[in-house]
Write a protein that binds this ligand. Sequence first.
Ligand SMILES: Cc1cc2nc3c(=O)[nH]c(=O)nc-3n(C[C@H](O)[C@H](O)[C@H](O)COP(=O)(O)O)c2cc1C
Length: 335
Amino acid sequence: MTVDISTKYLGLRLPNPLVASASPLTGKLETLLQLEEAGAAAAVLPSLFEEQIEHDSWAVHDLYEYGSAISPEAFGGYVPEMESYNTGPEHYLELLEQAKEKLEIPVIASLNGMSPGGWTKYARYMEEAGADALELNVYRVATDVNMTGGEIEQSYIDLVSDVKGSIGIPLAVKISPYFSSLASMARRLIEAGADGLVLFNRFYQPDINLEELKVKPDIVLSSPVNLRLPLRWTAILSGRINGSLAASSGVHTGEDVVKLVLAGADVTQMASALLKYGPSHLATVLFEMESWFAEHDYTSLEQGKGSLSQAHSADPESFERTNYMRSLVSYSSRY
Ligand SMILES: Cc1cc2nc3c(=O)[nH]c(=O)nc-3n(C[C@H](O)[C@H](O)[C@H](O)COP(=O)(O)O)c2cc1C
């Protein structure tokens, strides 16, 4: 039996719920084509960073004012390093245009920043270069001891309104789970103009190199256990906010995708598993997911979507506090 696995995300009709998440694999035409070939329904390009855009406009400003470009060292040297990751502001739009020309699937551009400002005008350039949607990756580690949670949350809202005001394409906001009231924040982000949320970006926690006595930034790829966090919050938010939900973190297998769809995800995003096993792994995940729905007599993905969300669950407390107690009891009863 064939199953209709199409879905709708940010108003885009997609043939399946597998989206290639922002990663180095989506930063090159060659790997983007491989992801499309493997069945990706859409791809999110790597993020362009607020600091890179600010740096570029400063460089131009400085050139006009003083006749020389500002030194990269003034930015701690990290801006040029970033250019090898995402091509930099100048070439980002070229990559986007080429991707739009060569790929048939929707291409989602990504901006990473944390404060409203002139840099957000770049969102419009991305739209003009053909982006089908924009993902705003708000990556803010709140370290200021004088800044309250309320102020930080408001800066998210201002940023989202700012970006949404300058574009006509759909906007997804990729957030972290670190809010004191994530559910309320999710609702406010949608009300501020987001058409959907991506749950969640991972905050990369630096390590310490004991040999060199230095802080060591390094990315650890996710493992399937990381799925639990987006799984829980997708289930809690599904049906409760007026926007699309994309689940990101720990999606490695077809069963992971099934779980997230049953929890209420419109799409799932993958980065680590594709980096680990290569773009063709997406085809395996797609096959596993489709087989699961067929074997369990679903005629469409929509039929199962959100059936295990908190709102629809026969056991809504499973997502909340009582489940914590139940989990402890079930673990200790094994001993
Ligand atoms: C090497 C690497 C680069 C990434 N670059 C970006 C990025 O530019 N923008 C972004 O929003 N997320 C970025 N991410 C995060 C992923 O898109 C994804 O949200 C996260 O890794 C969780 O999904 P996963 O468990 O499938 O890896 C990156 C992840 C990795 C591993």
